[in-house]
Design a binder for this molecule. Sequence first.
Ligand code: FEO
Ligand code: CA
Ligand code: CA
Ligand code: CA
Length: 598
Amino acid sequence: RPGTGEGARGLRFTPVAPNTADVVTAPEGYAQNVVIRWGDPILRGAPEFDPDNQTAEAQAGQFGYNCDFLALLPLRGEHRRQILVANHEYTSEPMMFRGYDADNPTREQVEIAWAAHGLAAVVVEEDRRTGKLTPVPRHRLNRRVTATTEFRLTGPAAGSDLLKTSADPTGTKVLGTLNNCAGGETPWGTTLHGEENFNQYFANATRTTDSRYGIGSGATERKWELFDKRFDIAQEPNEPHRFGYVVEFDPYDPDSTPRKHTALGRFKHEGATVRLTHDGRPVVYSGDDERFDYFYKFVGSKRMRHGSSRWAREHNLSLLDEGTLYVAKLTGDSPAIEIDGTGKLPNDGEFDGSGEWIPLATATADGAVSHVEGMTAEEVFVFTRLAGDKVGATKMDRPEDVQPNPVTGKVYVALTNNSRRGTSGNAPVDEANPRIGNKHGQVLELTERWNRADSTKFAWTLFLVAGDPEDPATYFAGFPKDQVSPISCPDNVAFDDYGNLWISTDGNALGSNDGLFGVPVKGSRRGELKQFLTVPNGAETCGPIIQDRRVVVAVQHPGEVDGASADNPVSTWPDGPGKAVRPAVVAVWRKDGCDIGV
Ligand code: FEO
Ligand code: CA
Ligand code: CA
Ligand code: CA
């Protein structure tokens, strides 16, 4: 049958070979459609996309730019429909506007960029016979959240002096969300979204707390500070303290005010993924995507309530306000002398060891307590990186997605790369981050003690050390390396119903385009990595969702390579030559109507 191939259940397809084709390439026997693109109208009254006459008002009713995290939520009572929730991580003005003058952006261009950031909710309809998805414009649940939508700050640091500004003396009300990268779905029917590289929006920093977050001392590239003083730290010093959180969004209530959860800490949240403890409390994992930064877990103290009553939903929206925030510390179990970047395995045959979750602060209904000497609880929640520094957390190779496998309970941490690892003046290699100048990244597998989500101890092993399988420094969980696909720069991870791990990549350093891969994590095929698709030139692969009948990915920043622009494109995806290059969501399914990979 077409579309099948050898492999573990769920991964029986013929792998896609590495390539530089300016299209989405799926396995033989699979078909695809572009579900929704930057600029497609979703709200009532929004016009069709017209890139040469774009306005901020139009953009606020259209799908935003640079889609990253995706979720598909059930929509009961509406046949064959689901709610697609998407992050719009950032804008690339030179790719969006022909003739863009980076030194002199116009107010309209800046306001278009504000409206192109944030989140989108759009109802999509499933085709009766295929895996195709099409948007339902003007649906009552369709929504855009942008850089100017009102948010509520909640949790232990809400209302703190560190969060007050001249526009918001209460320290609880923020306009907008920025740089939403990955995210997660909660078991209570909301979505979480990580505010990642928020540093790039703020100008004129002077404090060490700013520089620890990468905020620069001069002007920003986008120059928003010239159009709204809140982006100028010299004028509004606390505004950057109001970004860098996990955002919670309720796609079922189009009138709800989205929240920023201070209890989950402030750092460059790649994303946030949730599981429940045995007694129904939420545990949230989150990576801080920076070279030599940490990954974290929050263990809630309140139990989730079941059902869709208003009472249960209100309660569940407060679950992430009380609990303890922890940071990870890892210890290898092999002599470091074996781990020297030359590709030798440690003397016990594995990159592995033990670890502990170090508590940073606890939030309760009566207030918050710091566990870090010399820092108040509010400081821990707002300057979380500095708390991690003080307790000696393990400096990782850029923690991206951190996600538990719903079938096995093991947790996977994508460590995307770290060009500075082990180089002069920087942290040396260790067993969890074993390569000097790490170009291709690794995936760490973490097993909580007793497989309990709230354990404070864990074991870990590197599941994958990425790169060209012919490179002796790579490792594919011990699977024969002549039977796996090359992979570089793991970023987002997802699971199918069989518990197979799916990995999307960002920044392939092997010279071919980014893509999506599937790999079994148990059984005799553990480590048999296969490439499922590749994306167009300059794009990264994001937001993978693996459903029975379809795989859905976000094609983020197609055509974005050094020197490229709307006037000088290096991609013609998705609409062909002469048309604007547009980030978009793509669905892939099997032509014969069978489930993915069976
Ligand atoms: Fe936005 Fe860490 O990738
Ligand atoms: Ca070892
Ligand atoms: Ca990412
Ligand atoms: Ca990335």
